[in-house]
Design a protein around this ligand. Structure first.
Ligand SMILES: [Zn+2]
Length: 251
């Protein structure tokens, strides 16, 4: 939503102030990561763009940050109607993603690489963060498969991620999603080009799905191990009944 703020600028060493149009004002704090309506404090315009200082209204934060805006280069716009487009904010504090104990125990390397990719993403290093997320997915899937199939450790390690998914992953939905991400990690430029413009969020959704899948598989396995089979329980009950009868007869 377009909005406007007062900003200062300099012409011939004299300061002036006027309203400038912004395409948006960000709705989260780059330092405490809360959803906020930032408090405007100051803005400066020069030929490189507009820099606006905002304060986070969150009582536990109250920190200042600078939002950077680029001047619109759209030809149809009249020079008098110049609009500034949000680019990024600084400084940022990187928020690490917390993974469950199941995931940490499955692949510590996945957690580490994922959070490194997240740092790269928050610092807008797009190429590095895409490669990082794909690498993280590879650690997660391979470490999980090795944990499940210890005898095939070497084979899994040497296989491509795509082949591992094809051969060992049974869940059909996870298989299809993870295969798409694996094509990218195997350097299939055709898919890379096709996917290049797509939001990075798709790759992160695939990772989230894989994390959920591994967590539910582990949970199901734990429950199966912990709850005894109904037959065994029946036998136990029968044995207890027989013991009771024997002791009654003894009395
Ligand atoms: Zn804040």
């Amino acid at each position: 939503m377009t909005t406007s703020i007062k900003a200062e600028y300099e012409i011939d060493l004299a300061l002036h102030t006027k309203d400038f149009k912004l395409n948006k004002i960000q709705d989260f704090c780059p330092l405490c990561h809360s959803s906020i309506k930032p408090v405007y404090r100051y803005a400066w315009v020069d030929n490189r763009g507009l820099q606006a200082v905002f304060e986070c209204p969150n009582e536990n934060c109250k920190k200042l940050f600078i939002a950077y805006y680029r001047i619109s280069t759209t030809d149809e716009r009249s020079k008098l109607e110049t609009e500034y487009y949000y680019s990024n904010s600084e400084p940022i504090r990187v928020k690490e993603k917390a993974f469950s104990e199941t995931i940490k125990n499955t692949s510590a390397q996945f957690c580490e690489v994922y959070n490194e990719a997240q740092i790269a993403e928050q610092r807008r290093l797009k190429n590095i963060c895409s490669a990082g997320y794909r690498r993280a997915l590879e650690f997660l899937i391979k470490d999980y498969l090795i944990q499940e199939k210890k005898d095939e450790k070497e084979e899994i390690e040497h296989k491509s991620l795509f082949d591992c998914i094809e051969q060992y992953v049974d869940d059909s939905r996870i298989k299809e999603c993870a295969k798409k991400a694996a094509w990218l990690s195997d350097g299939e430029t055709h898919y890379y080009r096709k996917w290049g413009d797509k939001d990075l969020n798709d790759l992160k959704v695939i990772i989230d799905l894989t994390v959920n899948w591994i967590e539910s598989e582990s949970l199901a396995k734990k429950i199966i191990e912990e709850i005894p089979e109904p037959k065994k329980r029946k036998k136990k009950k029968k044995r207890r009944k027989e013991e009771k009868e024997e002791s009654d007869q003894g009395n």
